[in-house]
Design a protein. Structure first.
Length: 241
């Protein structure tokens, strides 16, 4: 029996409350291949998850390789923060960005930053551009805005980390990543593209300062945010006294 063009169109969607909904077309009710079609869709979904996991690990590896981190403490916190952000339900917005981190010693007044882009990084970027294009898009039609915007490199500078305070350092890293996306027009578009209509309306009403903790909550860093704020306030008070 030949597979139809719609084969694999039946999808099982997990809702926010944990329940599962099956999405299908009206004609699926009379189709004799529903079971095979659903099995095919599940297999395709599993392959997509495996591909996303590989992409996530490649992205994190590229970030660690290209970033300039001086202390092991910050490096360890950076690895944990990136893994948690990418594994969150909101982590998909990072896939069209290469985040780089530069740890600056506190005693240095000014510095320069050189980013050596390797062939592996270019392969990663080119692979993302291919994925953003529709495989069924006719020749000569306009590409979606996401693919036209391409791939962004965002640099985060870290100068004031907190010695022997892992939660504060993780909160600092997550805060700076959230600030990068909350203060950048392209970052804002990427965030809004993942929101449902009600969340999008709420998000647009917030200012830049309000968006940072909101995004950190989505990533699961509220506890680290509180520790970071406390330590940062203490650091500012010491410098001003």
């Amino acid at each position: 029996m030949e597979r139809k063009d719609c084969f694999g169109s039946i999808q099982e969607v997990t809702l926010k409350d944990g329940l599962t909904r099956t999405d299908a077309k009206p004609e699926c009710r009379t189709c004799e291949e529903v079971r095979d079609c659903l099995r095919y869709a599940k297999q395709a979904a599993e392959e997509k998850r495996a591909e996303d996991e590989l992409q996530k690990q490649n992205m994190i590896a590229q970030i660690i390789d290209l970033s300039i981190i001086i202390s092991n403490e910050v490096g360890s916190c950076l690895l944990e923060a990136l893994n948690r952000i990418y594994n969150s339900s909101f982590g998909e917005i990072l896939f069209r960005n290469l985040l780089l981190f530069y740890e600056i010693p506190q005693e240095i007044f000014s510095t320069s930053l050189t980013i050596p882009i390797s062939s592996a990084t270019l392969d990663l970027i080119q692979g993302e551009r291919v994925r953003t294009k529709s495989p069924t898009q006719p020749t000569g039609t306009q590409e979606p805005k996401a693919s036209k915007r391409g791939f962004a490199i965002k640099v985060v500078l870290i100068q004031n980390s907190f010695q022997n305070n892992r939660k504060a350092n993780i909160g600092l890293i997550a805060y700076e990543v959230a600030r990068v996306f909350s203060s950048d027009e392209d970052g804002l578009r990427q965030i809004e593209s993942t929101l449902d209509p009600s969340e999008k309306v709420f998000f647009k009403k917030m200012n830049g300062t309000q968006r940072i903790p909101w995004l950190m909550e989505k990533w699961g860093f509220l506890e680290e945010l509180e520790v970071f704020r406390k330590e940062h306030s203490s650091l500012v008070a010491k410098k001003s006294s």
